[in-house]
Design a protein around this ligand. Structure first.
Ligand SMILES: Cc1ncc(COP(=O)(O)O)c(C=O)c1O
Length: 397
């Protein structure tokens, strides 16, 4: 038997794993499955971005290690981006480029947390936060945000969970999996509370450019100088420029924290892949039309898809304001079709309705499923038709 460390043994399997294994198995058997599970845009990375990577390779710019924190022009482009869109001023030494936002978060928790330190995680939450906090020796303090409250929490609720071990709070707006966006007023209240109690705000802004229905995502760091000092911004190019495979993210904030993240990178990753850094540079510096075009496409799909989801018996949904997911309460649908749990119901949906969604367990809300709408409208309509037919058939059985 190979010995596995206790530290890694406590990490949960990815909740999408069981689903994707099932989808793969059925697809291999020739079944036509509609997969609404993915957390990435269905667009191609724009050509000018791909070309920038090719050019960097052709010009021999990427044959050697880059600085651990990323190439200087990319760090400068990140500074300029936050100055342009959020009016925020950062110095170069307050920025690190990482292997996706996921690695920025991983490394940030390693830098911030000692054994037993508490991190407030607002549920439903993105699946990796809790596992990364555990890997850093931290303790997750889960605070549930209900659909009735637009999946958002108030300062009063946060205060109830604060202890002298609270080190950080993770804020993800727009949110994966709910699509909820915190308003300026809500963020100001949370920001001031965090400043008062010296709690680090980990602001995951990865979906900031994907907002709908006239909504905007404000960076919490832009709300006051004190809040900015308390905040580490996490972002990346994955979702905004359809670049999930390129693995470029970044963190911005307190220079000591960023400096320690750079030390960690020096001993763990050395640097994010060179060609990807040049591609990300082209993404941030180039034409931004693509971003708006993609945003409009998702907004249109959501307008089409949301009423269809609302019409499914036993599904309760709240219209998302951003990202590209709908988080649906499907407990009634599971019960009326004879399933003990929503996870059994979602597995049966893959097998029988041939539609895959992600069960809510991994997001901290087991009565829900996460449905991605990164598919064309025709496919989304077909998915809903299949789900309805499945529920109707099972209800009669
Ligand atoms: C909320 C959230 N944060 C961070 C990430 C990580 O993105 P990446 O590592 O591709 O930059 C994701 C990806 O799904 C996400 O949904």
């Amino acid at each position: 038997m190979v010995k596995i460390s206790k530290r890694i043994a406590q990490v949960a399997e990815s909740p999408t794993l069981a689903t994707s294994a099932k989808v793969k198995e059925l697809k291999a058997q020739g079944h036509d499955i509609i997969s609404l599970t993915v957390g990435e845009p269905d667009f191609e990375t724009p050509k000018q971005i791909r070309d920038a990577a090719i050019e960097a390779i052709s010009q021999n710019k990427v044959n050697h290690y880059t600085p651990a924190a990323g190439i200087l022009p990319l760090r400068q482009a990140i500074v300029d981006y936050y100055q342009k869109y959020e009016g925020l001023d950062y110095q170069i030494n307050q920025v690190i480029v990482t292997e996706g936002a996921k690695n920025a978060l991983y490394s940030l928790f390693q830098v911030l947390l000692d054994e037993g330190d508490e991190v407030m995680i607002l549920a439903p939450y993105w699946v990796s936060y809790t596992e990364q906090v555990k890997l850093a020796g931290g303790v997750n303090v889960i605070i549930e945000a209900e659909m009735e409250n637009q999946f958002k929490v108030t300062v009063d609720e946060l205060e109830k969970h604060r202890t002298d071990k609270t080190v950080a709070i993770v804020l993800n707006s727009p949110n994966n999996p709910t699509g909820s966006i915190y308003s300026k007023e809500e963020l100001t209240a949370i920001g001031n509370w965090a400043v008062e109690h010296d709690i680090v705000i980990v602001a995951d802004e990865i979906y900031a450019k994907l907002c709908y229905n006239g909504n905007e995502a404000v960076s919490i760091a832009s709300l006051s100088e004190e809040i900015k000092k308390q905040t580490i911004i996490i972002n990346g190019v994955s979702k905004t420029y359809a670049m999930t495979g390129w693995r470029i993210g970044y963190a911005l904030g307190n220079k000591e924290v960023i400096g320690k993240m750079i030390d960690l990178a020096n001993h763990s990753t050395s640097n994010p892949a060179g060609p990807s850094q040049y591609a990300a540079l082209a993404a941030l510096e180039g034409e931004q039309d693509f971003v708006e075009k993609m945003r409009q496409t998702y907004e249109k799909r959501l307008s089409h898809f949301f009423p269809l989801l609302e019409s499914i018996p036993g599904f309760r949904v709240l219209k998302p304001q951003g990202a590209f997911y709908v988080f649906a309460h499907v407990k009634e649908a599971a019960e009326q079709t004879g399933y003990q749990s929503v996870s059994d119901f979602s597995l049966a949906m893959i097998e029988e309705a041939k539609v895959a969604v992600v069960s809510g367990d991994g997001f901290g809300f087991p009565d829900y499923v996460r449905i991605s709408y990164t598919q064309d409208e025709e496919t989304l309509t077909e998915a809903v038709n299949r789900i309805k037919a499945f529920i109707e058939k099972k209800t009669k059985e």
